[in-house]
Design a protein around this ligand. Structure first.
Ligand code: FPP
Length: 256
């Protein structure tokens, strides 16, 4: 068996752009926030399903740096929903061993929301079964600029490794699989640095309707891909005699 085929078929880290809440609501003559509310339910199901399949890191895009430009009632609805979800979900997350990390800029968030997210992180910090990163007030460009500014302020050299270590997701390896729902085929300023070698999966399914079937389809598509990380097919698939030792062709920086 080729080396790539001996590697785990389940992605260690799945990242998701949860798109389509607005269209789901519009099709039902509901306000957009009702779609986001359903989106929270879909997210709860998805986190459980990922954990059941052996995924160890889940990262979702809940509110982008650019989402502030949406209608005011939608922005405040998302803030409200997030604050409520943080308080409500923590007991369940704890019982499932999920460590919650809120990733993104704290600028512009209310004191109440800041307190809720700090508390949720502290309460789940010791959990080890699944790292659940919720990117909120996050943008890939913000992340890279922020990391570079941190290095500059400390007088440190900017190298791929030092920048990588200063980014918001330095506590986890890069995503193996990036899923985007809702039919659009773009990254939309999500994990620009971290998705350099992620496998991409796009589905027309709207986020509130994302279920186990679609998750399994994404994982099955991922399992068929050959990950080369810039190398050749021959390099990542060594002779059969050496194939016993499973490993990753992913560069050390991304897998550290
Ligand atoms: C994009 O769909 C979705 C968002 C901007 C918000 C994503 C949020 C959730 C799934 C709920 C979880 C939220 C929190 C706060 C934990 P869209 O509204 O752009 O959909 P559309 O393209 O159909 O308009």
């Amino acid at each position: 068996m080729r080396k790539t085929e001996t590697m785990s078929k389940v992605p260690h880290h799945i990242a998701i752009v949860m798109d389509g809440n607005g269209r789901w609501a519009k099709a039902r003559f509901l306000p957009r926030v009702a779609g986001h509310k359903q989106g929270v339910d879909a997210l709860r199901r998805c986190a459980k399903a990922c954990q059941a399949r052996g995924v160890r890191v889940l990262t979702v895009f809940a509110f982008s740096s650019e989402n502030w430009a949406r209608p005011q009632d939608e922005v405040s609805g998302l803030m409200e929903l997030f604050g409520q979800a943080l308080v409500r979900e923590v007991p369940d997350l704890n019982s499932q061993g999920v460590q919650l990390r809120i990733v993104g800029s704290r600028e512009g968030l209310s004191d109440k929301l800041l307190a809720a997210l700090e508390q949720a992180q502290v309460q789940t910090a010791a959990n080890r079964e699944l790292v659940f990163n919720v990117c909120f007030n996050y943008g890939g460009r913000w992340d890279i600029a922020h990391a570079a500014a941190q290095l500059a302020s400390r007088g440190e050299a900017i190298t791929p490794q030092s920048l990588n270590d200063a980014l918001a997701l330095s506590h986890v390896p890069d995503p193996d699989l990036l899923i985007r729902t809702g039919g659009e085929m773009r990254i939309s300023n999500f994990l620009l640095w971290q998705c350099a070698y992620s496998e991409l999966f796009f589905t027309p399914v709207l986020w509130p309707e994302f279920d186990d079937t679609t998750l399994d389809a994404a994982i099955a598509a991922y399992a068929k891909r050959e990950r080369r990380f810039g190398q050749t097919s021959e390099q990542v698939a060594p002779p059969i005699a050496q194939a016993g030792s499973a490993g990753s062709a992913q560069p050390a920086m991304a897998r550290a």
